[in-house]
Design a protein around this ligand. Structure first.
Ligand code: ZN
Length: 309
């Protein structure tokens, strides 16, 4: 917590504060000013100035300066041709190793201003489609409401990818998560609370909650084993839900039980959950009968089973 000289600032007029903001902008010969820049050269605490006028941008406006956000947009060049623009989006996608690029990611890594073309192609996803990329998996915008399940699935995906708990800084830096850390923080209150909610969900066995009911469920039907004519009646569903999948993978340290490969050390590795004793033969979907396998080992195993059957 920063020490603020309250008495001193209380006696400083609005005009004095704004005059000092202008002075620093002039000193640095800049149209705009970040709080960090002001802090180095200004006479007052930038947080105090921001509070006094509402936000830092409000103070900049009062001082007749360019807003920070606007300044950021100005750095993007106008692009003459659609093809050059698409080329640049594809470059960013490749750089990030993704099949899509979010608007925020493009603003950070792209070189062109996107506003006009977003209009032309009816939104960001239309633009991605025209560039031959996939749409962003999550709709964006201030009114977009995410379900807990969507967020938990995303945390799970990243957690498995890293083979460990994701860090706040990784959510903030972008690239890993498909949505910004503010989505997580706004939804749950904070990054920590989002992780706590995820862990509580994983650990819970409550199937009555709203989210799990929306999952597609396979009806449990008795199966006939043709070879021996024995009817198998399953106690569990073949479907492995997010919670069980995560629990099995966490138990197996997010690694293939056969060859030890993991996405954390080799991003091309895809992990699956496998029934050790096949479900078709009466194996149940319970922790003890499940294991983590990479796609290669899992494929090898199915072939073997087909041979046996
Ligand atoms: Zn393997």
């Amino acid at each position: 917590m920063e020490f603020v000289l309250n008495e001193y600032h209380r006696n400083t007029s609005d005009e004095e504060l704004i005059a000092d903001v202008k002075r620093v902008a002039g000193l640095l010969q800049q149209e705009s000013l970040t709080q960090k820049e002001y802090k180095q050269h200004g006479a007052y605490n930038p947080a105090t100035i921001a509070r006094r006028f509402g936000t830092w941008n409000d103070a900049l406006k009062k001082a007749g300066l360019v807003l920070e956000r606007v300044k950021l947009y100005k750095q993007h060049k106008y692009c003459e041709s659609d093809e050059a623009f698409f080329e640049d989006i594809r470059r960013v996608a490749q750089q990030l190793g993704k099949s899509f690029v979010s608007r925020n990611e493009y603003e950070e890594y792209g070189i062109y201003a996107s506003g006009i073309r977003q209009k032309k192609y009816k939104g960001w996803n239309g633009l991605l489609k025209a560039a031959g990329l996939e749409p962003t998996p999550f709709r964006t915008g201030p009114n977009r409401k995410y379900t807990n399940k969507e967020i938990f699935e995303e945390i799970e995906r990243v957690w498995i990818l890293l083979g460990r708990q994701p860090k706040y800084i990784e959510a903030r830096n972008g690239g890993l998560f498909r949505f910004s850390e503010t989505v997580l923080c706004n939804h749950f209150g904070s990054w920590r609370k989002a992780l706590e909610a995820f862990v509580a969900y994983i650990n819970s066995d409550d199937d009555n909650d709203k989210d799990s009911q929306t999952e597609p469920t396979e009806t449990i039907e008795p199966l006939t084993n043709n070879a021996e004519g024995i009817t198998i009646r399953h106690k569990t569903n073949r479907n492995i839900d997010l919670r069980m999948r995560f629990r099995v993978m966490a138990r197996d340290h997010f690694k293939c039980c056969k060859c030890g490969k993991s996405p954390a050390t080799d991003p091309t590795v895809i992990l699956h959950i496998d029934h050790i004793y096949p479900w078709a033969k009466g194996g149940e979907t319970v922790m003890e009968n499940l294991q983590t396998l990479c796609s290669e080992c899992n494929l090898g195993k199915s072939d073997l089973l087909i041979d046996n059957e």
